[in-house]
Design a protein around this ligand. Structure first.
Ligand code: 3AM
Length: 178
């Protein structure tokens, strides 16, 4: 089985900006530079033939390249922990790309994604009682912003989970139209 997801990998200058925004709050588990990504579609565990069908459907997808910038931060709360994330703007082109990827995944045989798409780049994960820390950080990160960066491709990743956290391998990369 292969645990897959589709994401935008921000360029190095943007990853540097995000890493620089991370502080030494010990309660938060910051993600490493190599893990920074904007998830477009979580696919989950699939067998090799299904993975090949998904890859082929993604290859047929057409969308013009676009620009994004980092814009602020926020957090997801979950009962057993949450995530602190950087936001992006504008949302429309990235939502269009996610919708096309969703259609490609359904054509390839996956069940439709029922959850709404909230484009974000996870910066850290926190545990159940970390709301206070996360909220002071959020105040600081509210002004996080970058220059626009080009999004001219997206990537299919395989996620390998381990005790030391996830490790992501690039399976395939797909160019957007220029
Ligand atoms: O991009 P982020 O960090 O928000 O949390 C996982 C990560 O999201 C998410 O997929 C991204 C790459 O692993 N993820 C993991 N398991 C998931 C699941 N069962 C999931 N998203 C939805 N459902």
């Amino acid at each position: 089985m292969h645990r897959l997801f589709v994401a935008i990998r921000p360029p190095e200058a943007i990853r540097d900006l995000l890493v620089d925004a991370m502080d030494d709050s010990p309660e938060l588990r910051w993600v490493g530079d190599e893990q920074l990504h904007l998830t477009l579609r979580f696919i989950g565990e699939v067998e090799r033939p299904a993975a090949n069908d998904i890859a082929a459907a993604l290859d047929r997808l057409r969308q013009p390249a676009f620009e994004l910038k980092i814009a602020g931060a926020g957090r997801f709360d979950r009962r057993n922990g949450g995530a602190l994330w950087a936001g992006v703007a504008p949302r429309q082109p990235v939502a269009e790309l996610a919708a096309r990827i969703e259609r490609a995944c359904v054509i390839a045989g996956l069940a439709p994604e029922r959850r709404a798409f909230h484009p974000h780049i996870t910066l850290a994960r926190y545990g159940r009682d970390r709301a206070a820390t996360a909220s002071s950080l959020e105040t600081r990160l509210a002004t996080l912003s970058s220059k626009p960066f080009p999004v001219d491709h997206f990537t299919l990743f395989e996620s390998h989970l381990s005790r030391h956290g996830p490790h992501y391998d690039e399976v395939a990369s797909y160019q957007l139209d220029r």
